[in-house]
Design a protein around this ligand. Structure first.
Ligand SMILES: [Zn+2]
Length: 64
């Protein structure tokens, strides 16, 4: 059997950032501007940890 690191593998597949409420492409969700970095993708001189430096997060649509 081949031993793979399941954790690392799924992490690369999902690519979900801390600020994401769902995986990209999930029905009922959409991309929103990250509230932490205001869409800049950066906090100070470091990439925003909330959105992973993308400036956007995946959130549910129409919800409170
Ligand atoms: Zn951000």
């Amino acid at each position: 059997m081949i031993k793979l690191s399941d954790d690392k593998f799924s992490e690369e597949q999902g690519k979900v950032n801390p600020g994401d409420q769902a995986r990209p492409g999930t029905p009922g969700t959409g991309e929103n501007i990250c509230q932490s970095c205001k869409g800049s993708g950066r906090l100070g001189s470091a990439p925003c940890p909330n959105c992973g430096g993308t400036g956007v997060v995946t959130e549910g649509i129409g919800g409170a």
